[in-house]
Design a protein around this ligand. Structure first.
Ligand code: ATP
Length: 229
């Protein structure tokens, strides 16, 4: 059974419809890449999955439970940890305060997050506002982990970061997969990095799921058609 299942999702911003039929599944322990060119509906799909934007049609289930109409704080409580586009930490709080504020009981505590991102431990007492972009991203991922989610959703977690910092983020995602078997839904522009870590890909085109399958079965023709510029 899928941990997260979106079927026939439609959604709109006011009168402007953005999703026209999104189907997406993430199984327990699976890493799924949500792909598609700019503006095709990836972030909107994530917002609907997290209860931040209502679905106009379709159904969302988490661990078999219908969550289609559930508000975002309840979806979070069920075990969906979101790392939103553009990070969003509490700037005036320190690294440790940011992490502790998000904490819910489970494997992930300050110690465990520090092991994954040693830089956060080094910056423990620094305010989030004073961190580099990469460190803020690590903090955003750490915050989501501190909620001890069953599914982690990463929206453009490497965007705008220096290559060396990107590598650190990808390494952490690889570790999460290998060592914890956490289910992950990831949006990113780097097909090369996604191919290393993801099991399956779901491709959106104009708000619709147009391709889904093993990421290692993605053929050139498909990437050219749906991901090429
Ligand atoms: P990107 O990679 O650029 O973030 P995306 O695949 O995540 O793209 P979305 O951000 O989900 O795409 O956008 C899907 C569609 O919805 C686009 O046509 C976009 O212009 C529109 N849209 C997104 N956010 C809003 C908003 N707040 N109000 C109105 N329309 C929006």
């Amino acid at each position: 059974m899928a941990l997260l299942q979106l079927s026939g999702i439609e959604a709109a911003y006011g009168a402007s419809q953005a999703l026209f039929g999104v189907d997406l599944e993430v199984a327990e322990g699976e890493v799924v890449a949500l792909m598609g060119r700019n503006g095709m509906g990836k972030t909107t799909t994530i917002r609907v999955a997290c209860g931040m934007l209502p679905a106009r049609a379709g159904r969302i289930a988490f661990d078999g439970q219908d969550i289609t109409k559930l508000p975002s704080h309840k979806v979070a409580r069920l075990g969906v940890g979101l790392v939103p586009e553009g990070r969003r930490c509490f700037a005036p709080l320190t690294v440790e305060e940011n992490l502790v504020a998000a904490a819910r009981p489970g494997h992930w505590d300050f110690e465990a997050v520090s092991k994954l991102f040693p830089r956060l431990a080094e910056r423990r007492d620094q305010r989030a506002a004073s961190l580099s972009g990469g460190e803020q991203q690590m903090l955003a991922i750490g915050r989501a982990l501190m909620t001890n989610p069953r599914l982690l959703i990463l929206d453009e977690a490497t965007e705008g970061l220096a290559p060396v910092v990107r590598q650190e983020i990808w390494a952490a995602i690889g570790k999460l997969k290998a060592e914890t078997g956490l289910a992950i839904l990831v949006v990113d522009k780097s097909l090369k990095e996604l191919a290393k870590v993801a099991d399956r890909a779901v491709i959106l085109e104009r708000g619709q799921t147009v391709w889904t399958g093993g990421i290692d079965t993605l053929e050139r023709e498909v990437t050219d058609r749906y991901l090429g510029v």
